[in-house]
Design a protein around this ligand. Sequence first.
Ligand SMILES: [Fe+2]
Ligand SMILES: [Fe+2]
Length: 404
Amino acid sequence: MNVPASFMVSLGQCLSTMSLYPSGHPAREKVIDASFTRLLDVLSDIQFADFSVIGGGVVFQGRVLDELRSWDWATRLAAVGIERLEIDADVSREAWSEALNEMWQKLNGHAPESNDARQLVATSIRFGSLRVMGGEGTAGGVDGAAKPATGDTDQIPEDTATSLGLTLKDEIAAVTWIHEEVLTSDRLPMAEVEAIVGSLAIAMKSEQKMLLPLVMLKDFDQYTTTHACNVSVLSMGLAEQMGCSRSEIRAFGVAGLLHDIGKVRIPKDILTKPGRLTEQEKELMATHPQEGARILLERHKGLQMAAVVAYEHHICIDGNGYPHFHFDRGCHFASRLVHVCDVYDALSTNRPYRKPWTSEQALSYIEQREGTEVDPAISRAFGTMVRGATLGHVPMPENSERDD
Ligand SMILES: [Fe+2]
Ligand SMILES: [Fe+2]
């Protein structure tokens, strides 16, 4: 077993042993010593170690640890919100012991203690929900509670605009190719992702009406790719509407484009099934957020925010949706924003079992879910962007189920 995997296994052993022996017991101290030695091995030639625990597996420094694919502790840690573990090279044995203590308390339903020791730990070890940890071009901070940067209302530059014909055919073909690349090779072609988002941004800006570039779906096979482009365009438009900076708008465009990337791991016959999914198929489909986050963390270092959005885009603000958590997750602003765009495009799309909803019907559906499923401020900004006029009462279509 490789060094990072054996360190994580030792972490699990510590947490098990801590349930059996009280603090200071030699058996307990011995496993903590052993895991600290493994931790030092992990950190022997790096400055900083980061582990993400997603969908029952572990990603270390952007690489999935094969040995831990069905590691029991991955599920247990994620269930209490320990999805991310970052450790600096200058970590002490005392800090590691404190961090283990806190993790154990979380696992056993105790609130973390707030004392000086905790502050000490916080400087060299950080753990919690999967979050954007900062960096250029992302919209997040360590706590992930990113908000649009008010006052910074840079517009998407139009100087590179070319005539695109607004069919988005090339972009859709390129997204199809990216999906195939992700599925068949080990890489995420980031240059192409950026190019598509740039092209979509120009298409969006070159139209009088924001939504004209959106693709009306004809071919069900293309659902995932056309949907990716639409959600990207809508996310950029909405981010701009909410006063986000240019770099945030682009980052949201990338996150929108890649939010369903995990669907490349869902069997095609389920993705393209011309009817309703069975319960078992729905369960499989519901794994696409974890799969997507794993792909993005594994393949590209600069895609933390897109990974968070892929992971969280089906979570409602009241905690419903999926993946399901037993605590208030408080999703990232970008995830809440993409969620609204995702629902809107899913409802506006033609599906084999229902006709596409009108724009007003889809907006009404979203607005009725303000405060439960969707963020009210984001929903209102979205309504203003799409509608640009006051809305009257819109009767809902009979079939209001959606498969997004
Ligand atoms: Fe999705
Ligand atoms: Fe989606």
